[in-house]
Each structure stands twice: as C-alpha cells, then as structure tokens.
Design a binder for this molecule. Structure first.
Ligand code: AMP
Length: 237
C-alpha cells in the first residue's frame, strides 16, 4: 500500500490539501484526482503543489468509523452553542472552549492546534499545527456516506481524521472547513461524529482543534502523540 499526499498553496498561503492510502494500481488515478482538486479549489489557483508518494512499511490499523449524526442549526450562534454543549459534556472548560474558537476564527493554520485541558497550546509550531497523515477512508464507506446522504465529500476526508485522532486518545476534535462557502463543521468525540450546520458564516476562515489530556511539560507524551498522528497508518471503514 502507498500513502499519497497533496498540498497546494499560493504566495505561501495554504489553499488545500488531501491524502489517502491506495494500492499500487490506483496511484496514477489518485494523483490525477489530487491535481484536479488542487487546481479547482474555490479559494484560489495555487502557485505551488506538492505531491508525495510513499510506500507504507508499517502495519495498517483498520478501524470502524465513528457514527455520524447531523444536527441542523439555523444560525452560527445556535450552532456554536450545540458545539460547546458537546465539548462541555467531555469535561472541557468554558475558557478553553473560548480559546479553541478564537484559534479557529483567526484561521490560516495548515494543521490542527493541540489544546490541553488547561488551555495550553502544545503544538511546537503554531502556524503549521499538527497534520494528521497516513489515513484513508475505505471505498465502501465513501459510497455509504454519499449514497445515503450521510455527509459530503468533506465528510469522507474528515471522518478518517476524526476516527483516527479519537482512537489515539484525543478527547474531542472541533473542525471548521477552510472552504469559504462550506459552513458545516463538526465536533467528534468517542460517542460520535456530530456534523453541525452553520457552525460558521460564509467567508469565515476554518481550523481544527484537538483537545488532549496531556500536561504541557510532558514532552515525551506530546511527541509520541504527534508522531502517531502523523505517521501511524489507518484505514477507516
Ligand atoms: P479542511 O477541512 O481541509 O478545509 O481544513 C480545515 C482546517 O483543518 C485547516 O485550516 C487546517 O488548520 C486543518 N487541517 C486540514 N487538514 C488537516 C490534517 N490532515 N490534519 C490536521 N489538521 C488539518
């Protein structure tokens, strides 16, 4: 199996990224799909596209996806209350939740922020954040999500990230898309992946937060989590 990663930017500003794990025979078609995706993103035409293909030598973890539920909200205010309620139910403090939305609303990170229960940011580089790599959604799950109207193309990518990070011990994930017109966000916890409509307004930036129960001084634990988020291969089915 091979991991394929794409990232596209313009004037050093991130536009889009994608990644998957495929068999040898699907490498070409996947690369084509990623190139098309890089050059047809609504946020702009890139001046730099990086595509990386790597053979996976480690054992792959095959994991069932978190159950997907959609919560319809009419306004950003209503949607954010729903998201906050889910985060509170996982033991997150009010000020930490506030900090999470502040980071997201600022935008312009390439990866996710690692926020601990005291509200400290643990990611070594605040612009880059932590990027979850070595993930893929099975063809069966992709089909199920699209055919049954459980979610969109965005959900296909995000369910793999969310299921992997929760399996690796992240308590909750909060995500808003970079796509300026895609306003549905989500909160994921052990109990499920909650899509929440109107979690941002059109034109707002996106971002991702991983809430973790790790002390800021526990460098070994932080490094191990980052290494696993980046390198441990998962296929979500
Ligand atoms: P997207 O859902 O691709 O529009 O991304 C929304 C935000 O999530 C981005 O602004 C990044 O901060 C973050 N992000 C995107 N891809 C990843 C990833 N693979 N791992 C961690 N964070 C990501």
């Amino acid at each position: 199996m091979y991991s394929i990663k794409m990232r596209a930017s313009k004037n050093d500003r991130h536009i889009s990224g994608a990644e998957t794990i495929v068999k040898r025979e699907s490498i070409e078609s996947t690369v084509n799909k990623f190139i098309k995706r890089a050059f047809s993103h609504e946020n702009g035409i890139p001046d730099f596209v990086n595509i990386k293909i790597e053979e996976i030598k480690e054992d792959i973890t095959y994991l069932d996806h978190l159950s997907i539920k959609t919560i319809d909200c009419k306004t950003k205010e209503e949607a954010r209350e729903v998201a906050k309620d889910i985060l509170r139910s996982q033991g997150m403090r009010e000020d930490v939740i506030k900090e999470a939305f502040k980071i997201i609303d600022k935008g312009n990170m390439r990866g996710a922020s690692l926020l601990n229960l005291e509200g400290y940011r643990l990611e070594p580089n605040r612009e880059r954040g932590v990027r979850v790599k070595c993930i893929s959604t099975s063809e069966e799950l992709k089909e199920k999500i699209l055919k049954n109207n459980i979610g969109t193309e965005r959900t296909i990518d995000a369910i793999a990230i969310a299921t992997k990070v929760i399996d690796l011990g992240v308590i909750a994930e909060l995500c808003l898309s970079d796509n300026l017109t895609y306003t549905t966000g989500y909160v994921a916890t052990r109990s499920g992946y909650y899509r929440i409509t109107n979690l941002k307004n059109k034109g707002d930036p996106g971002g991702r937060i991983f809430f973790v129960d790790i002390n800021k001084g526990d460098i070994e634990k932080i490094e191990r989590l980052i290494r696993d988020l980046e390198n441990k291969p998962y296929i979500i089915k």
